[in-house]
Write a protein of this length. Sequence first.
Length: 261
Amino acid sequence: MIIIKSPREIDLMREAGRVVGLIWEKIPEIIVPGVSTLEINSEVERLLAENGATAAEKGYYGYPASVCISVNEQILHGIPSKKVILRDGDIVTLDLVALKNGYMADSARTYEVGICGERQKRMIAIAKQCFDNAISLLKPGAHLGDICHAIGETAKANGCSVPTDYTGHGIGTHMHEDPYIPCFGTAGTGPKMREGMTLAIEPMILEGRPDVRVLKDGWTVVAKDGKLTSHYENTVVVTKDGCEVLTYSEAEKKARKETGN
């Protein structure tokens, strides 16, 4: 069942999204060579608590941390650890769900660590481009397949692939609500978008083949071929003439305003 949110509910999700955007503003300061992913997790927890929010991921189906942190070939659900130390040239993805006042906002970013090469920078840029191309089509009356198709075709045009077993999703009082939003699809198919739908749209990109596997920890998803991955996600609400992104940082909002996107 697709859930349409009331203006009050959307305001509550905006507040959860504001907290996520604040974390995206602050967290890059500590993503440096030599930091452990557990230290990053601790800083995320501190920022959430400082802003009256909690980590919806912690304890979700037994997940042990407050933010998923995945490095290089890890595409999803990496578990923070004091043993995982970021190195110069790595790329690292943080996937965060903030819960505040009963409502959630979900978002992910892939960051450079230290000095990265063009290959790493390109992967980060492609995931963001997939998202931008998808939301350019998002408005009442658009088909879900239009959004999914835009993600998959953008990845393909850049020589990359997308996973088939992991998707974006609706979001609100629950982390995962209908509809599920694959990173591939057929334009003109699927349910039509309606004003008030709240969605977590999350392009997940693999540099090589789409095949993935789960590590022995039962959570971390990696590219089978060992190549790079990236992930870019935001929570959005469908508006009367397009969509509003709820999880941008202030810097991202300013950049989009300046470019007219």
